[in-house]
Design a protein around this ligand. Structure first.
Ligand SMILES: NC(=O)c1ccc[n+]([C@@H]2O[C@H](COP(=O)([O-])OP(=O)(O)OC[C@H]3O[C@@H](n4cnc5c(N)ncnc54)[C@H](OP(=O)(O)O)[C@@H]3O)[C@@H](O)[C@H]2O)c1
Length: 313
């Protein structure tokens, strides 16, 4: 099941995105299961430290005919802020490709709307690392990546609709995707409307609220509403979350390292939520899980979380 991107390319809409464990040496067993089950969209990033592991796993998957060719996979990676400098964008993508052992990426995203001091380290981010984000020159570098044929589509991540609108206003090549937090607790209505109007695909990350692993106080899978809807549909809370996203027309970056849960997360295509289910979901109080507070410093470029999201929180 695919959705069209604005650049005549298709993106698997199945809940297929998959990250690999940080610093994993190879993790092929996990990748084999992932591909055999039918996942085709791999989401990685320079700062995850997983590109080499993904690359080796993709190579083996092709060699062992788990997928017929690399073209069957949709591989996304992301530009980190330390490389969001005019002279570093194309080299950063080339480095990602080298890590992955690939000739091209399907999608390359600006990971966050931020420019960080040029340095080898990704984390931790200190106040003096944060520089003024130059969206125009960073996007020009992304456009150059596409012109060079190193990537099929370019896009952004963690952009508010305000930032996306600013970008659309000057972009020669419009962004194909905005990858953002989106789930039952953060339904992104405004951004969905904006992206539909502009032909930009949303990829929903943390679709299960990163179940218990990252965000304090966000435990979507134990919230009474998805649990109630799951009971009445004979499904799991996770399937309710993913089906709802699927019905919003977004692509989904869900992560699981567990084979049973990987299977469960794919079983969302042959049934629908009812109108009553949808209105229960629409009434869930909204609470963001990812604030980007790592980028906020009292005297820094972003002085508050509101500034990162242009008040859209
Ligand atoms: N662009 C960005 O800034 C950004 C930020 C965050 C994430 N992402 C991308 O989005 C992907 C997914 O996001 P995420 O990891 O934050 O959150 P997520 O997919 O919402 O949640 C992952 C967690 O849910 C658990 N899980 C998965 N399926 C389950 C099921 N059926 N039942 C119960 N628990 C289940 C997983 O545990 P098990 O492994 O044990 O199943 C894992 O702990 C990441 O891998 C990354 O590629 C991007």
């Amino acid at each position: 099941m695919y959705v069209e991107l604005s650049m005549f390319q298709t993106c698997p809409i199945r809940p297929g995105s998959h990250n690999f464990r940080m610093n994993d040496k190879l993790n092929f067993r996990n990748n084999k299961t992932f591909n055999l089950l039918g996942y085709r969209h791999i989401d990685t990033a320079a700062c995850y430290g997983t590109e080499k592991a993904v690359g080796k796993a993709v190579l083996k998957a092709v060699e062992q005919k788990i997928v017929s060719s690399r073209e069957e996979l949709f591989i996304t990676s992301k530009l980190w802020g330390t490389d969001a400098h005019d002279d570093l964008i194309v080299p950063a993508l080339k480095k990602s490709l080298e890590n992955l052992g690939l000739e091209y990426l399907d999608l390359y995203l600006i990971h966050w709307p931020v420019r960080l001091r040029k340095t080898e380290k990704y984390f931790p981010i200190e106040k003096e690392d944060i520089m003024v984000f130059d969206m125009k020159s960073t996007w020009a570098g992304m456009e150059e990546c596409k012109r060079l044929g190193l990537v099929h589509s370019i896009g952004v991540s963690n952009f508010s609709s305000k930032k996306l609108s600013d970008l659309v206003d000057f972009a020669t090549i419009p962004p194909a995707v905005d990858q953002v937090e989106m789930n039952l607790f953060w339904q992104q209505k405004k951004l969905i409307d904006f992206c539909k109007e502009k032909g930009i695909l949303i990829t929903a990350y943390s679709p299960l609220g990163a179940h218990r692993s990252v965000y304090q106080g966000v435990d979507i899978l134990n919230h009474p509403i998805p649990i109630q809807i799951a009971h009445s549909n004979n499904k799991t809370a996770s399937q309710i979350c993913l089906r709802w996203l699927y019905e919003q027309g977004v692509s989904i970056a869900v992560k699981s390292y567990n084979e049973e849960r990987m299977k469960e997360n794919l079983q969302i295509f042959d049934w629908k939520l009812s109108e009553a289910d949808r209105s229960l979901i629409a009434n869930i109080p909204q609470k963001k899980g990812v604030y980007g507070d790592m980028l906020v410093f009292p005297n820094g470029v972003y002085k508050s979380i509101e500034q990162i999201w242009d008040g859209e929180i």
